[in-house]
Design a protein around this ligand. Structure first.
Ligand code: COA
Length: 335
């Protein structure tokens, strides 16, 4: 449905889903040389959920999170005009969003994947809000879902302690400008440092004998943890400040800081740099680890479910990760 230009965007519902299977730090310590004490001290992570077996994929997690959100507001999936699936672990490189569209029976929706690693959900929300604002679409489902367990080298203790699987979903709808909840955003990429965190193409040793084309598969996740840590604690606060300044919002007006759940130390360091009190940080990295594009919508859904967020609360949401790409979107919650 084509609406008049310059609409607002509001969040109608959130949903989430995580696999049942839990992997504790002690269990990881039987696979690689590490310990529960080390992982908790350096990351705050105690356990994570993993999608085990070969029957389910990221599509199933994304579907369950989406149905969870739709059911909360008894929305008919046919009302959804667009589905944006933020994921870096699709089960089809041509895109997995269309499979989610079919599974939730949102047959009126166009669907596409958005790849921006751990910033994917923030970029998804910003992308959706543009379509809503200019009147192209009325109702958009934004999903963040990842199963990075499939791409981890389970012998690499630098990375295998960090990640978990999950999905979160948010339903956005256009609204009158005075009801707008997406106040503003600030996005950045610095591709010079892409190799600090990558899941890159692995070409075969030999090319096709006649065509000189190198075919292949993908490597495991590779990460320079120290550099990623330094990047996050230096760039994320600057990005948030820039976004706040553009909206004339002060630090004191922030009710909640919802950062990508990468590492509790990063969350605390960013909050400290911004002089935001620790009781305003939304944290669940201890239970789920870093679920990449899923981490922010998962934590948002949990906070809404727990009744933490009240009407008119200002929530600063920041994602950061591979790319390197990072970004902030500031929302004002309306119940
Ligand atoms: N268990 C036990 N010891 C470990 C270990 C593990 N899993 N990983 C590394 N170590 C050891 C190292 O070998 C090193 O030992 P040494 O001092 O004898 O050489 C020591 O612990 C410190 O290693 P270091 O790599 O300096 O640890 P760190 O404090 O930087 O923590 C990370 C490592 C990965 C937890 C941290 O760098 C980090 O969180 N980075 C950001 C990662 C991230 O968030 N990525 C996703 C962004 S979207």
């Amino acid at each position: 449905m084509k609406l008049s230009a310059m609409q607002g965007s509001k969040i109608l519902a959130t949903g989430s889903f995580v696999p049942d299977s839990t992997l504790s730090n002690n269990q990881i310590s039987k696979i690689v040389e590490t310990s529960d004490e080390w992982i908790v001290a350096r990351t705050g992570i105690k356990e994570r959920r993993l999608l085990i077996g070969n029957k389910q994929s990221v599509v199933d997690l994304a579907t369950a999170a989406s149905l969870n959100a739709l059911n909360k507001i008894s929305m008919n999936p046919l009302e959804v005009d667009l589905i944006i699936l933020a994921t870096s672990s699709p089960n089809d490189l041509f895109g997995s969003a269309s499979q989610v569209q079919a599974k939730i029976k949102a047959f009126n929706a166009v669907a596409f994947d958005l790849t921006a690693a751990c910033s994917g959900f923030v970029l998804g929300i910003v992308t959706a809000s543009q379509f809503l604002k200019n009147g192209s679409y009325r109702t958009i489902l934004v999903i963040g879902a990842d199963v990075l367990s499939k791409w981890i080298n389970w012998s690499d203790r630098n990375t295998c302690i960090l990640f978990g699987d999950g999905a979160g979903a948010t339903i956005l709808q256009s609204c009158k400008p005075q009801d707008n909840q997406i106040l503003g955003f600030q996005l950045n990429t610095d591709g010079r440092y892409w190799d600090h965190l990558s899941l890159s193409y692995k070409k075969n040793i030999d090319p096709h004998p006649l065509l000189n084309i190198y075919q292949g598969s993908f490597n495991y996740i590779a990460m320079n943890g120290k550099e990623v840590y330094k990047f996050a604690v230096s760039q994320v606060p600057l990005n948030i400040l820039k976004c706040l300044q553009s909206l004339n919002i002060t630090i004191n007006e922030i009710d909640w800081l919802l950062l990508h759940q990468a590492n509790e130390r990063i969350l605390l360091a960013v909050a400290e740099k911004l002089s935001i009190s620790t009781n305003k940080i939304l944290v669940n990295v201890n239970k789920y680890g870093n679920t990449s594009a899923a981490s922010i919508p998962l934590a948002l859904d949990e906070a809404v479910h727990d009744g933490k967020i009240s009407s008119n609360d200002i929530i600063v949401i920041s994602g950061f990760g591979a790319g390197l790409t990072w970004g902030t979107v500031i929302i004002q919650w309306k119940c």
